[in-house]
Design a protein around this ligand. Structure first.
Ligand code: MG
Length: 236
């Protein structure tokens, strides 16, 4: 009798496990093989230190930033943006604020990366430089404070690895799903799937306005000679 109930129990338990396993479908698509690089072999290289062919002025005409020692340098000719539009993506950039420290707060090594031309991940010399917390390096400008300040010294190269999830809009222009940012600053998590609240701005409350799925990525000319190199993107 005991042996029977043990067998019965085993059958029941096995069946339950089989049912549970059935809820998890067998994957059928093998992951694509890539060379991780850097840059990864499936990335679009936006700047490799040689030319600005993937960029144009955010106003009109050609991008006019200087190229020096394999880096593009902000030179007061205005912001630049990618010729191509992008939505969801993984984005890598290396940047350095001026070695010679000038100004303070927002006036020190300020630039920024505007995804879809609207949503800014702030670039700032935040090494021993106080400013409002949701405006320092690694912040989603005026929306989210970075989890930590992982800044290197002025003049040193720093990295951002950013996962951008674009907002989705309904036909009537209302927001179906907010955008999201995950940001690693020098390899350290500073934004963890942070919800984008709308266009990042210093004027009034952030608001969403329906826009195309793919829009250029803009690098800000805020008047400080910030340098950039090794820029690549993987559309997701
Ligand atoms: Mg900025």
């Amino acid at each position: 009798m005991k042996a029977f109930s043990l067998t019965a129990t085993l059958i029941v338990v096995t069946s339950v496990f089989r049912l549970m396993a059935a809820d998890v479908p067998e994957p059928t698509v093998e992951p694509k093989i890539i060379n991780p690089g850097p840059p990864p072999s499936d990335a679009i290289v936006l700047f490799d230190g040689k030319d600005l062919s993937k960029w144009q002025s955010a106003k009109e005409g050609e991008a006019k930033w200087d190229i020096k020692d394999g880096a593009m340098v902000v030179n007061n000719t205005g912001s630049i943006q990618t010729k191509e539009g992008f939505g969801d993506c993984q984005f890598h950039i290396e940047w350095a604020t001026p070695t010679e420290v000038k100004g303070e707060g927002q006036g020190r090594g300020n630039s920024g990366i505007f995804f879809q031309g609207r949503y800014e991940v702030q670039i700032l010399d935040s090494y021993e430089n106080k400013t409002y917390f949701h405006g320092q390096a690694g912040s989603i400008y005026k929306q989210h404070v970075p989890l930590v300040n992982a800044s290197r010294k002025p003049g040193e190269w720093q990295t951002y690895d950013i996962i951008f999830r674009a907002p989705k809009f309904n036909e009537d222009g209302s927001v179906e799903q907010s955008g999201r940012f995950t940001v690693l600053h020098n390899g350290v998590l500073v934004q963890d799937h942070a919800e984008i609240l709308g266009r990042t701005t210093h004027i009034g409350a952030p608001k969403y306005q329906k826009h195309p799925d793919k829009e250029p990525i803009l690098l800000q000319d805020h008047g400080d000679p910030v340098r950039f190199r090794n820029i690549w993107i993987r559309p997701l």
